[in-house]
Ligand binder design. Structure first.
Ligand code: URA
Length: 436
């Protein structure tokens, strides 16, 4: 089978057989198919798309390119959540202890900040001592003991995705529904969960800018995941504004602590409770989202979820006392205030601009090797819908140095829009697709 014939077939709109997809994916991993041919194949897939069957075969072949986590011997149910990436999205830090406190085990494998979106691993690593590098033995042990564990993807898990994702990144082929589906799903299936809840973000601060595109991705994830024998829920949530009142690394740990103590902002808690509730339903410990939400609220109100969070921090090497002593004062010395330019109502705070500004400030990174800073980001005092007088404080912005604040400032001030009338409040939960 010649790679050029497979590329040609896809270029001309043909449907590839499993063997043809395997020839490209396995050939790339083994070094037999060169990068320039894989790049051409990716571009052909980008333009021609893939049928549902091709997407499922690609996902399965990618999954089989590496090893999978073995959670056998530990009592389940095992359910994980994955977000397609947003700004201020610290839901994983809050949700994992809530869901674990309700009797569902969460084997959570997360990523790092890239582009304008933040990364769970970077946030967790801003806690002094916390490690996100767990080998399989420790991952299993911690899940069994604490109900959840937080780790990064190991080299052994889906090596095909590591290589394909880097190639997609530099060949402008990231935004393809079948390629995203196979990339995300192969990694999630590899970590051993029986059921998965996807938070597919939609809006300016998301990968998928429109609800229609988010819906296409959510449907593809749900349908393909179901074909792989998993129970799946896809929740489309709005990512027009940053989620919550804090954006950063340690700043988001702080806000997660607030949420777990029952003092979280309404927008963040709405998304967290909804995703957590679906995890309980998908795990079979609740019959419907209404009763599941009540269980999650009780886990927070009773303090059980917060205690599990502290326990996980200790388990993964973090210094809880130091973390609490840094709470509300782990801030870079370089800051600037964003103030309302005129009187009126805040119409929007553009999540994409805030996320991009965050890269200059040191919250995020441009390439995987860039370092991130723990003590930078945004603390919002007012968000969408708030009435403001000219000069009112909207946010305090922390940068790694004065130059980073200068570089970020056009984006920061351009993110704020104030108008004469308030925007109508809308729910952040846009749509749900279930296959349970
Ligand atoms: N996240 C992934 O893991 N893969 C993609 O293709 C896009 C987002």
């Amino acid at each position: 089978m010649r790679a050029v014939d497979i590329i040609m077939k896809k270029r001309d709109g043909g449907e590839l057989s499993r063997e043809e997809i395997a020839a490209i994916v396995n050939g790339y991993v083994s070094g037999e198919v060169p990068e320039y041919q894989v790049s051409a194949w990716l571009m052909a897939v980008f333009f021609r798309g893939m049928s549902f069957r091709e997407t499922a075969d690609l996902t399965d072949l990618m999954l089989r390119s590496g090893s999978t986590m073995d959670l056998s011997g530990i009592a389940g149910p095992f359910v994980d959540k994955h977000s397609t990436g947003g700004v201020g999205d610290k839901v994983s830090l809050i949700l994992a202890p809530i869901v674990a406190a309700c009797g569902v085990r969460v084997p959570m494998m997360s990523g790092r900040a890239l582009g304008h979106t933040g990364g769970t691993l970077d946030k967790l690593e801003s806690i002094p001592g916390y490690t996100t590098r767990l080998d399989e033995k420790r991952f299993r042990e911690y899940i069994e003991r604490d109900g959840f564990a937080m780790t990064g993807q190991t080299d052994a898990i889906v090596p095909a995705d590591k290589r394909l994702y880097s190639l997609r990144d530099v060949t402008a082929t990231v935004e393809s529904v079948p390629l995203i589906t196979a990339s995300i799903l192969s990694k999630k299936v590899a970590e051993g969960a029986e059921a998965l809840v996807f938070d597919v973000k939609s809006g300016p601060g998301a990968f998928m800018k429109t609800v229609e595109d988010a819906e296409r991705l959510a449907s593809s994830l749900v349908r393909t995941g179901q074909a792989m024998g998993k129970r799946i829920v896809g929740v489309i949530t709005d990512m027009t504004e940053p989620l919550g009142d804090k954006v950063g690394n340690f700043l988001e740990v702080e806000e997660s602590i607030d949420c777990l103590r029952g003092e979280g902002p309404a927008d963040l808690m709405e998304v967290t409770y909804r995703l957590s509730a679906w995890m309980l339903v998908a795990g079979g410990v609740a019959g419907d989202v209404g009763s599941a939400t009540a269980m999650c609220e009780e886990a927070v109100a009773s303090g059980r979820a917060y205690r599990l969070f502290e326990r996980n921090v200790r388990t993964q090497g973090g210094d809880v006392e130091k973390m609490l002593s840094l709470y509300s004062n782990y801030r870079s010395g370089h800051s600037r205030e964003l103030r309302a330019p005129e009187a009126g109502f805040i119409r929007s705070i553009d999540a994409f601009k805030i996320g991009l500004a965050g890269v200059y400030l040191g919250v995020g990174r441009n390439k995987t090797s860039d370092p991130v800073a723990p003590d930078v980001g945004f603390v919002f005092e007012r968000k969408k819908g708030a009435r403001v007088a000219a000069g009112d404080l909207v946010a305090t912005v922390y940068g790694k140095d004065a130059a980073s604040l200068d570089a970020a400032w056009d984006l920061v001030s351009g993110a704020l829009s104030v108008g004469p009338a308030p925007e109508a409040a809308t729910s952040l939960i846009v749509k749900e697709i279930t296959a349970l």
